[in-house]
Design a protein around this ligand. Sequence first.
Ligand SMILES: O=C(O)CCC(=O)C(=O)O
Length: 312
Amino acid sequence: MKPLCEVQARDLTSRSLRTPLRSKGYVLIRGLLPQKDVRQVLVEITRILSATGWLLPDHDPLDRVANMSSACGDPDPEFKRTYQEVFNLAEFHALPHHAELQRVMKMIVGDRLLIHPKPIGRLIFPNCERLRVHAHQDYRFMGGDPECFTVWIPLHECPIEVGPLQIMEGSHRAGIIAHDDEGLHVPEIKASAPAEGEWAESAIHAGDVLIFHSLTVHAGMPNLSKQMRISLDCRFQDYARALNPANLAFAGESGKSWEKTYSGWHSDDLKYYWKRLPLKLKPSKSELKELSASAEPAAMRERYARIFNQLN
Ligand SMILES: O=C(O)CCC(=O)C(=O)O
């Protein structure tokens, strides 16, 4: 097993961050976030998972012992219902705005920092191969400018058996790799696809963050424990670079909206913050309007129309 390339938060410099990102496509920063700040998000999420019956009742929710009779994942409807509750938490959205993370991301992308507003929460039941996230590049899902970075944050100790993320070292240099989407809910890179690099993996601790480029191939490792693996991934870029507006809106048919997401929040500070930035949308608003009338098939026209309407 090849370990991930790591740097201690206390030794961080612009050079110690940029060098591995450039050569290997990622860097693991040990101890960047105070454990109590990460734990606070875990407390809120496990409260929801406990109430919904995903965790065994005779254990501390923070131990995340899974009730396997409830095992589910995206796109199961029961997963989507609970995920929505997690997504609506103000604490969940606040973590990517953590001052320590912003400091580091500015060292990577510069002062014009855009924190994408839709972090993804991963609520991974153990021993469910069908729910594992297989090899992919985030660029396939994000679009916009490839000079975009993901930060993966486990909310608890994540030893190898709990299934942390693994990285194909140097794979960002292969450019955009074709993903297979036939019969798959989430497109993935076939094991046989030509991608250079060796898989690297390490135990990742609460407070560590794994930062990688949008073209870096990565995958979730199998969770072979009895516990759920709970993590968050969020994306960052220079706001002067192209941004796919789908990253700001809810493009699907679920009826999700920012108004619903924000309805239980006590503070307005992190609501619609990106609307104050001079973003470079690609497609632009006028192109979106045009696409919502002309794109094929009809489902794509509807998707563009939903994004366009939410931007206005
Ligand atoms: O947490 C996982 O299993 C997958 C995360 C991922 O693919 C990402 O951070 O882009």
